[in-house]
Structures are given as C-alpha cells and as structure tokens.
Design a binder for this molecule. Structure first.
Ligand code: FEO
Length: 386
C-alpha cells in the first residue's frame, strides 16, 4: 500500500491475538503499522510485534526491491512496536537506529544492547534529512510511554503519530473507526490527557494532511474530526449527552433495578441509554462508554461490608484514568446493612468536577414500592434538561 508516492506501508495484521496488552479483547485482531520512506536515504518507521518479524522483514524487502534501509526510526518502545529491532539490525548491518535517549535505555533493557555504535539519539525539534523528505522529531512523553517521539515529514505533510490516533482491529477488517479508537484511547492512553493535550498543541502548529499511526488505518480525510475527538477525550469532556447504567448484581435484584431505570429513562425520551452488566461485559467497553456519555449510574450490591468486586474494579478503572466532569448517581442494594453507595461515593471522591445526583436509590433485597418510587425520581432527575 502506498501512503504517498514515497511512503509505503510495510506493517502486518495480527489475527492470532485474543487480548491486546493482555487485557483488551480484540475480536477483529490488531494491526502493527510500519512504514518505509523511500528517498535518497531510506527510513523504516518502527518495527512490529514479536511473532511477525519474518513477515515484516519480508514486507520491507519487497517494498524496497532489494535496496537496504539506512535508518530504523523507533518512536515507541512498547514491544508491539519494538520487538523486532534486534532482528532488523541483524538483517541490515549498515542501518542506524534513530530514537530518543530514553528509548535507547529501554533497548539496553530489552535487548542487552543500546546499539551504541549504530545509533542516532534525537529529541524535540531535531531533524533528519533523507533527501526530498526532512523529518522533524517531536517529543510526546506519555503518549503512551515516556520515551515516545512522533515524526513530521514536511515534504508530504505526514504526521507519524506513534500510538496516537490508533485503534483496535486489523486493517483487513472493515469497522467503524470511532468506537474502537475510543475503546483503545480510553483504555490505553486515557490516564494521560494532559500529555495528549500537549501533543495536540504541538501538532496544531504543523500542516498535517495525513496521519500515520502505529495501529489502525492511515487517516487522510476529515482530520479535524479525529483531532476533535482526541481533544474531547483528552479534556475528559463528554462526547455527547447520554446515561450509562453499570450494574453488578449477585441474584438479579440489583440488575432488575438497573433495567427498570433504563426503561424509565427511555420512556421519558432520555437520549442514549446504555446498560452494562459488569459481571459479564467487556469492561473496556463499559469504561469507554462511561467516558463517552455525560451521566453514569452505578448500581451495585453490598458485599463484605463494601461494594461487589466487579463494581469496585470498574470504579478503579475509571479513577485511574482520571474520570471527571460527569454526573453520577448510585443505586445500592443490601439485605441487612446497605453500604454500597457510601463506598462507591468514597471511591469517586478523588474524581474532579463531579456532580452527584440528589437521588440515591436504596434497595433492601428486592425492589419495593418505595425503591421503585426512588427509581422514578432518579429517572426524572437524570432526564431533566435533556
Ligand atoms: Fe501500540 Fe503503546 O504501544
């Protein structure tokens, strides 16, 4: 695949993977992108995951038609992109690795060598001339590791964006970009909103016409939409009005309350009502939806004088990603000493700029007329102003 006249795609699709980073379900696989910039000098942008070294090196050889690359530019050292650096350096003994100083420390740790006699360390604003193409390196710490650089090619106006603007899913599967890019971003980079904002500010000063990420498709059109979504996500702003109801139920009574609330919200015309059963759903999807929409209802039973484990884990997933700027409501269940709402509220204390709903629904074992009235009151409250 040609990205531009001189930039060729040499990455791979992975359909063997079940869990990306050992935790994210990827039913449509994963792409590990790599690009060749062919000029008077030839640069390869990043390597690929360990199991795909042979395929990647074959892609490079085919794309270069017998020519040898001069540089391997390593933007990110997470093994999905770095695992085959040593194999590349063996295959091309004249090549130089170009990366940040921090990345070379990581190479020493991963491979037992920092390629001291074959390396070029670059930092913010440094350039590398390949001929027609001059690459400018931009530091992007914590997007998504500290050593990350992104690379701007002023000749073709291409931003090689490392993990930024990536998504789950292999490139030979057609699927919506936004949903899997959101689940990827919130799950993997969500904690680092401030650093993403810093990168977006730097990128705003560049004339970018194409984005080449390390996962997902090359982005060429309507870049403002993708950049706008990244701006929204990294500011922790809601993408749209809507209510996510996340429930963790033991015998089904808490679930029944969650579903009854969903029906009540829909009956009132409330927009975008989404329900997740935290004991069975893809938690990464529930987390992504919590960041997508403006309101969140947490419904859980009391357990060991605390909150049911699936809910505790879910709230931790939110707070460790700096969940903020949302309205949250609670439904608690407890047969003798309901504690769940108090514990959930406490867990969210560190979250910034949260609005807590005035109504908390208390269920004692099973729904009653009293708790049903509270559900109706909560539905009125959540729908107000929508
Ligand atoms: Fe795709 Fe942070 O590695």
């Amino acid at each position: 695949m040609k990205v531009t006249k001189d930039i060729l795609y040499v990455g791979v699709n992975d359909h063997t993977i079940d869990l990306f980073e050992g935790q994210y379900a990827v039913p449509n696989g994963m792409a590990y992108n790599s690009y060749a910039i062919v000029d008077e000098k030839i640069a390869i942008m990043d390597s690929v995951e360990a199991a795909f070294g042979g395929e990647w090196l074959a892609n490079i050889a085919r794309a270069l038609d017998g020519k040898a690359p001069d540089y391997l530019i390593v933007q990110h050292m997470e093994p999905d992109h770095s695992a085959n650096i040593a194999a590349f350096m063996s295959a091309y003994p004249q090549a130089t690795v170009v990366s940040s100083a921090k990345a070379f420390q990581m190479m020493q740790n991963f491979f037992g060598t920092g390629f001291d006699d074959r390396r070029l360390a670059v930092g913010e604003g440094d350039t590398l001339c390949l001929g027609r193409h001059t690459l400018t390196f931009v530091a992007a710490p914590m997007v998504h590791w500290p050593e990350v650089i992104v690379t701007y090619d002023s000749a073709d106006k291409v931003l090689f964006s490392a993990d930024a603007f990536g998504k789950f899913g292999a490139l030979d599967v057609q699927e919506d970009w936004t949903d899997e890019a959101r689940r990827y971003y919130i799950g993997i980079v969500g904690k680092y909103g401030a650093q993403v904002q810093a990168l977006l500010r730097k990128a705003a000063g560049l004339d970018v016409q194409t984005i080449c990420p390390l996962h997902g498709p090359v982005l060429r059109e309507d870049l403002a939409r993708y950049i706008g979504l990244y701006d929204t996500w990294s500011r922790y702003a809601a993408e749209e009005e809507g209510v996510v109801i996340a429930h963790a139920s033991v015998y089904g009574h808490t679930k029944a309350a969650a579903l009854e609330l969903a029906d009540a919200l829909r009956a009132r015309g409330c927009a975008n009502v989404t329900v997740h059963d935290l004991t069975r759903c893809d938690t990464a999807q529930a987390v992504a939806d919590a960041f997508r929409y403006s309101k969140l209802v947490l419904a859980a039973t009391t357990y060991n004088a605390g909150v049911f484990p699936a809910m505790r884990a879910f709230i931790e997933e939110l707070t460790e990603r700096n969940f903020s700027n949302r309205t949250v409501a609670f439904i608690e269940n407890g047969s003798w000493a309901p504690m769940a709402a108090k514990v959930m509220r406490k867990m969210l204390e560190s979250a910034k700029n949260m609005t807590l709903a005035a109504t908390t629904v208390k269920i004692q074992s099973a729904l009653s007329d009293e708790s049903r009235a509270q559900l109706a009151q909560l539905a009125d409250e959540l729908c107000a102003g929508q």
